[in-house]
Ligand binder design. Structure first.
Ligand code: NAG
Ligand code: NAG
Length: 261
């Protein structure tokens, strides 16, 4: 009986040892599995960090954009969306022309002045319509507002962004850059996001940067003084087409209708 019991004890001891060995293996396997899961997690973290770093690098140039005034996907119609800003003192150092020199300043966007179809096949009366909406928005006499130069067609792609002497992404004031400007308008001919990336228009205010996303047929217009310091974000992909149409209050700077390409 005692022998049997001992054998049983030994047997149970053997079983105990086998169990311990198995448990040990299981533990080793478990930790090995845990380690590989850990390294996958580490790898994922590293990859996401790389991705985040790349994203930050790509967006760093324009990460200061804080507010979008008008999204590319929106349709601003029928009334222009007007954002009033206080007029700067710039105009005081220029001759004042009643019915034209800004009394109220601001910036505005509309998608109803030019249709998308018209944006693709430009018509000459676009200038008149833009002039009319500016006069209406800023309470001017349309006959006292004159088209001025330069009125230019711009085609910007990512290559142009690197080589162009006229570095459009630098902040500027139109009235300072082109003395004759009193009202600046931009007619966009392509869509932000689908025709090109980057290339948003940015008003740089003291308390934040505000953007307008271009959209074929969209007209954005604003008073040209330092109340509307702005720049254009670098185009990172695709081609951004726009036409700048500018107006002056000074008849001496008036030009006749341009022949658009
Ligand atoms: C940008 O436009 C220029 C001039 O038309 C052209 O030579 C260049 O290849 C274009 N770049 C890209 C990235 O499409
Ligand atoms: C607006 O953007 C510029 C750079 O383009 C940046 O220096 C400035 O701090 C930004 N303004 C605000 C108030 O975030």
């Amino acid at each position: 009986m005692a022998l049997v019991r001992q054998r049983t004890a030994q047997g149970s001891n053997a079983t105990e040892i086998e169990k311990k060995i198995k448990r040990g293996n299981a533990l080793r396997q478990g930790s090995a599995w845990r380690w590989s899961r850990g390294s996958v997690a580490l790898l994922l973290v590293a990859l996401s960090l790389c991705g985040a770093a790349m994203w930050l690098y790509v967006t760093s140039l324009d990460s200061e954009v804080t507010e979008t005034l008008v999204r590319g996907s929106e349709l601003v119609s029928p009334q222009p969306r007007v954002y009033s800003v206080e007029c700067s003192e710039d105009y005081e150092s220029y001759k004042r022309y009643p019915g034209c020199t800004p009394q109220k300043c601001g910036r505005a966007v509309t998608d109803s002045v030019v249709t998308r179809e018209e944006a693709q096949a430009l018509r000459r009366d676009v200038r008149e319509r833009i002039q009319a909406v500016i006069a209406e928005t800023f309470d001017l006499d349309p006959a006292m507002v004159y088209l001025t130069k330069p009125t230019f067609f711009s085609r910007i792609n990512s290559t142009a962004a690197k080589t162009q002497h006229d570095e459009y992404w630098h902040p500027h004031i139109d009235k300072v850059t082109y003395g004759s400007f009193d009202y600046t308008s931009l007619l966009y001919l392509s869509d932000y996001g689908s025709d090109f990336t980057g290339g948003r228009f940015i008003f740089m205010d003291q308390n934040g940067n505000r953007t307008v996303e271009p959209r074929a047929g969209r007209v954005s217009f604003f008073t040209s003084g330092s109340e509307n310091l702005h720049r254009v974000e670098r185009v990172t992909w695709g081609t951004r087409y726009a036409i700048t149409v500018s107006f002056t209050c000074d008849p001496a700077h008036a030009i006749s209708d341009p022949t658009l390409p």
